[in-house]
Ligand binder design. Structure first.
Ligand code: ACO
Length: 323
């Protein structure tokens, strides 16, 4: 008997506070029309001062667990993708595990920035498909607002906070058909936060504790790699572009998504687009988009979904899913 990992529930959460493009135009030299034309973003959600990554993760996870129709105590693996962990340690996954009351199984964080959810899904799928875990919770959660320089119009208009989650279950029916992950660390300086835990003092003294990005270089590479991973996934499964019912891409920029869809000959009605409502939420963006489409009854059982992402590292990857 071949085991597969199937998605049996999705959930997501956005913080209450909404910051519109016009709100940002009051603090940096920008306009609503510039942001919408270049990115498709209309607004983003930003956490309250006392709200943290684990809070967003918990809301999204509880919704996914409820949708799956299981009890939280059945979760025997948590893989949580985040760039914005609440503490140096323990991992945000461990903090979440305690909140959910499913202690005992492994729980760990994954850091692949905007590709984090695809990485986390790929890792969790291996646990489930090998029979090591029966019910896995895969989460993407970010408080990206905390690593933004709110005086830098090149970056602060692009990102937002949020979380999304899926529950995977071991099944004899195909679920996740393939995953493909990539990275090339030679490009690390094109999109990075130069400071961290070990390498902290100098960067912080220079005021470099926030996201720095070469926007147009990132844009070109994102379009190239997002196109490549789609072809890689289809070839690996002997599928044609027309076999894909839904493309659920990382929600960074509507123009990147449209360019990828065009390369694939996909019409935009087959592409799930939520970037306008929440901006780039990094590792949270794909599960946020997936959950929105599931709850709107757009994605239906048995359909084929391709998810794909590109982000800092650079990292990129895809997952082909039979829903
Ligand atoms: N408001 C108004 N003007 C701005 C703003 C702003 N918020 N930000 C930049 N500009 C200005 C620039 O200063 C520049 O002015 P100049 O010509 O006087 O120098 C002008 O707008 C054009 O800048 P470009 O960088 O050429 O604009 P571009 O069309 O490339 O759009 C953008 C910029 C939106 C950042 C784009 O490059 C992009 O989306 N890149 C990908 C970035 C991304 O998505 N990163 C997220 C992580 S990776 C990922 O998730 C895929």
């Amino acid at each position: 008997m071949t085991l597969h990992a199937r998605i049996i529930g999705t959930g997501s959460y956005l913080p209450e506070k909404i910051v519109t493009n016009d709100d940002l135009a009051k603090i940096v030299d920008t306009t609503d029309s510039w942001i919408q034309e270049r990115t498709g973003i209309k607004q983003r959600h930003i956490v309250a001062d006392d709200e943290f990554t684990v809070d967003l993760a918990e809301h999204a996870s509880r919704r996914a667990i409820e949708a799956a129709g299981i009890d939280a105590s059945e979760i025997d693996l948590i893989v949580l993708a985040t760039t914005t962990a609440d503490q140096v340690f323990p991992s945000t996954a461990c903090l979440l595990q305690s909140r959910l009351g499913c202690q005992g199984g492994p729980a760990f964080d994954i850091q692949a920035v905007c590709t984090g959810f695809v990485y986390a899904l790929s890792v969790a799928e291996k646990f489930v498909a090998t029979g090591t875990s029966k019910k896995a919770l895969v989460v993407g959660a970010e408080t990206f607002s905390r690593i933004l320089d709110w005086t830098d119009r090149n970056t602060c208009v692009l990102f937002g906070d949020g979380a999304g989650a899926v529950v995977l279950e071991a099944s004899e029916e195909p679920g996740i058909l393939s995953t493909h992950l990539h990275a090339n660390g030679d490009y690390s300086k094109l999109l990075h936060v130069p400071s961290g835990v070990s390498n902290n003092l100098a960067a912080v003294q220079e005021g470099r504790a926030y996201v720095e990005m070469e926007g147009s270089d990132v844009f070109k590479m994102a379009v190239k790699k997002m196109g490549e991973v789609v072809i890689e996934a289809l070839d690996a499964n002997n599928l044609a572009k027309s076999d894909v019912d839904w493309l659920v891409p990382h929600q960074a920029n509507q123009r990147i998504i449209a360019a990828t869809a065009k390369k694939l000959g996909m019409t935009m009605d087959k592409v799930v687009l939520t970037v306008a409502e929440h901006g780039n939420t990094s590792a949270a963006s794909i599960p946020l988009a997936l959950d929105a489409a599931v709850r709107q009854n757009r994605i239906k059982a048995g359909e084929t979904i391709l998810i794909e992402a590109f982000g800092g590292g650079f990292t990129w990857g895809s997952a082909l899913i039979r829903y």
